[in-house]
Design a protein around this ligand. Structure first.
Ligand code: UGA
Length: 441
């Protein structure tokens, strides 16, 4: 089938590349000429494991092309995916300007029957609006049907999630559209759930809000665990054994970040507000998360007294591992607060330092390795659970720091490891480990 994907952010690019991998002829449209030039050479503008290889392979097979022109990019399309951004506006609403512009361009340039599918996360009712814009401006005498196909990919494992997803949701109002889209996704052999367009739009927000709620819930439990002497890791494990609860998204830490949960939870509160529903539960989820992000700094202050003139090593800056995405990363809130308290900071991230340097305060200086960031620091803060940070031996901190104090915002190490290593180790929702010698003196 001939498929066109509009927008080559991480959703659009991963969608386009994956659809070419399963045998479709895909053209990706983006207005950014430089980016399109790079992509034509098989260079991915985002860091996503496995993506670049797949891109190169399908460009080589002549199944994947990149275009800046709508006219050329839409000329032969049977199915058009809209995957442009819906960034958050100041007031929490999703900004739909890009989506509406794309709908106008489709109406101007489409010249054959096609299905227009929205992949971008959009408030309920947006597909109706897209349909209105397209149908009111259509130049050619063609049939256009509209569908919603929300994506459930996680950054850093987007290719894996595309090929091993739990479900594909298709919101459509007629049988032919549903059947055509079934054919598009058939090679993936993932269960397809059919529903109406508005429910499909809602499934996306409700899913992200629910996952965010799980994270805030376990983070709240972690505070209580610390006070009553329970261990949040054991509690989460014991809860997760119940299939009704499930063991995923129950990792306590410094809160969720990224381009999706913060934006989508805020947008859903707004959507609810518009229909006079006060979504109290979700508001609490957001509030808990905001507090959680800087809670690690409170722990530092409790332990060190103050941080003025002290050097704090930040390990991991991206909002999660396997990505250089810094959007709403907890490291931003943490570094800002430490800078306001007159701390000096060194930082190491395997790939996000460049992006981080435009966002973190000037007090942060960047290092090429964990050792360089940690050497001589007064405290270490683990902010992202990158494999190399998780596997960095705790004993090594003793050689690099005069008094090794590690604040682990991602519970990367077991308490036994910390005890054996003889370092002071303060994590989330678990007892603090204090080395024997310290407790004696
Ligand atoms: C999230 C959803 O997981 C995807 O299903 C969805 O498609 C995507 O948003 C989207 O709307 O586009 P993503 O933001 O890439 O994906 O990342 P996640 O892996 O979900 O992690 C989000 C944040 O939650 C990270 O900061 C992570 O560290 C944090 N997290 C996750 C926890 O603190 N605890 C957990 O147990 C799980």
């Amino acid at each position: 089938m001939k498929i066109t994907v509009i927008g080559t952010g991480y959703v659009g690019l991963v969608t386009g590349v994956s659809l070419s991998e399963i045998g479709h002829d895909v053209t990706c449209i983006d207005i950014d000429e430089r980016k399109v030039e790079q992509m034509r050479k098989g260079l991915s503008p985002i860091f996503e494991p496995g993506l670049e290889d797949m891109m190169k392979r399908n460009i080589g097979r002549h199944r994947l092309a990149f275009e800046t022109s709508y006219e050329k990019g839409l000329a032969e399309a049977d199915v058009i995916f809209i995957a442009v951004g819906t960034p958050q506006k100041e007031d929490g609403h999703a900004n739909l300007t890009y989506i509406e512009n794309v709908a106008e361009r489709i109406a101007e340039h489409i010249c054959k029957d096609a299905i227009v599918v929205t992949k971008s996360t959009v408030p309920v009712g947006t597909n109706d609006r897209i349909s209105e814009v397209i149908h009111s401006r259509l130049k050619a005498d063609v049939n256009i049907s509209i569908a919603s196909n929300p994506e459930f990919l996680r950054e850093g494992s987007a290719i894996h999630d595309t090929f091993h997803g739990d479900r594909i949701v298709i919101g459509a109002e007629d049988r032919q559209t549903r059947e055509t889209l079934d054919r598009v996704f058939a090679p993936l052999a993932i269960p397809v759930y059919h529903t109406d367009i508005r429910s499909a739009e809602m499934i996306k927000y409700a899913s992200n809000a629910f996952l965010a709620a799980k994270i805030s819930f376990i983070n709240e439990i972690s505070h209580i665990c610390e006070k009553v002497g329970a261990d949040v890791e054991s509690v989460a494990h014991g809860m997760g054994l119940d299939k009704r609860i499930g063991n995923q998204f129950l990792r306590a830490g410094i809160g969720y970040g990224g381009s999706c949960f913060p934006k989508d939870t805020n947008a859903l509160v707004q959507i609810a507000g518009h229909v006079e529903h006060d979504f109290e539960l979700l508001k609490s989820v957001i509030k808990v998360n905001n507090n959680q992000q800087s809670m690690l700094v409170d722990k530092v202050l409790n332990r060190l007294g103050g941080v003025t003139g002290k050097t704090i090593a930040l390990l991991g800056l991206s909002f999660k591992p396997n990505t250089d995405d810094m959007r709403d990363a907890p490291s931003i809130v943490i570094a800002d607060r430490l800078a306001a308290l007159d701390a000096r900071m060194t930082a190491y991230d395997p790939i996000a330092s460049f992006r981080a340097s435009g966002l973190l305060p000037a007090e942060v200086s960047y290092r090429e390795s964990i050792e360089e960031a940690v050497r001589g620091a007064d405290a270490v803060l683990i902010l992202t659970d990158w494999e190399q940070i998780k596997h960095f031996p705790l004993e090594a901190y003793k050689e690099l720091m005069e008094t090794p104090v590690i604040f682990d915002g991602r519970n990367c190490h077991s308490l036994e490891e910390a005890e054996q290593a003889g370092v002071e180790y303060i994590s989330i929702g678990r007892r603090a480990v204090v080395p024997q010698t310290d407790s004696v003196t």
